[in-house]
Design a protein around this ligand. Structure first.
Ligand code: PRP
Ligand code: URA
Length: 209
């Protein structure tokens, strides 16, 4: 069964408060999302495998550890997922970035796929799918379906704010995908928005309405 991790790190919670605040403007919103993505990436990479190499310090030879070179892919769900990519790349600069474009039909709330471009070696990579919002769960489920259909085997999902309804839908659809969340909120409203949430992540990030 999928594991769900809710990050209670004080820095993440502090920055998330300002991300949620409606008086935070586009520039600060974007910078804060970037910073939280970096902090979350630090936690999400805790299980990366290491190998020993021999080096020489100025004082003596020693065996020390480096990452064992597992290939990583970051997949933002367009649009809002883009806001989390650079923050993750600060810690994993060699990762490749694929894109999956989905939007929610405002009436049915069902995701509509309009773009997919992935690294060519999908089967060899460990993927982190990122989107600030996990609301009904439809977009995350569809993005992961799309990745799996193309051969991806190891996938994690990372978001800022999730609704309990979306977490359940994602766990049910993809029990092999662990979920990493900065905050688990109360519920969805009648329009499929997370309450209290942060509003429309894409609009706040890109200054559209
Ligand atoms: C938002 C958000 C997620 C999706 C979450 O995107 O960035 O992708 O909604 O909702 P769900 O869990 O109910 O599917 P939106 O569809 O507004 O598209 P945008 O990023 O292009 O604005
Ligand atoms: N998409 C958003 O951007 N915000 C929500 O609260 C739900 C879906």
């Amino acid at each position: 069964m999928a594991k769900v991790y809710v990050f209670d790190h004080p820095l993440i919670q502090h920055k998330l408060t300002y991300i949620r605040d409606k008086s935070t403007g586009t520039k600060d919103f974007r910078e804060l999302v970037d910073e939280v993505a970096t902090l979350m990436a630090f936690e999400i990479t805790r299980d990366m495998s290491l190998e020993e190499v021999e080096i020489e310090t100025p004082v003596s030879p020693m065996k020390s550890k480096v990452l064992s070179g597992k290939k990583i892919g970051i997949i933002p769900i367009l649009r809002a997922g883009i806001g989390m990519v650079d923050g993750i790349l600060k810690l994993i600069p060699a990762a490749k970035v694929g894109h999956i474009g989905l939007y929610r039909d405002p009436k049915t709330l069902k995701p509509i796929e309009y773009y997919v471009k992935l690294p060519s070696d999908v089967e060899e990579r460990d993927f982190i799918v990122v989107d600030p919002m996990l609301a009904t769960g439809g977009s995350a489920v569809e993005a992961i379906n799309s990745l799996k259909k193309r051969g991806a085997k190891h996938i994690k999902f990372m978001c800022l704010v999730a609704a309990p309804e979306g977490v359940e839908v994602l766990k049910e659809a993809h029990p092999d995908v662990d979920i990493f969340i900065a905050a688990l909120d109360e519920k969805l409203n009648d329009h499929g928005y997370i309450v209290p949430g942060l509003g429309d992540a894409g609009d706040r990030l890109f200054g559209t309405k």
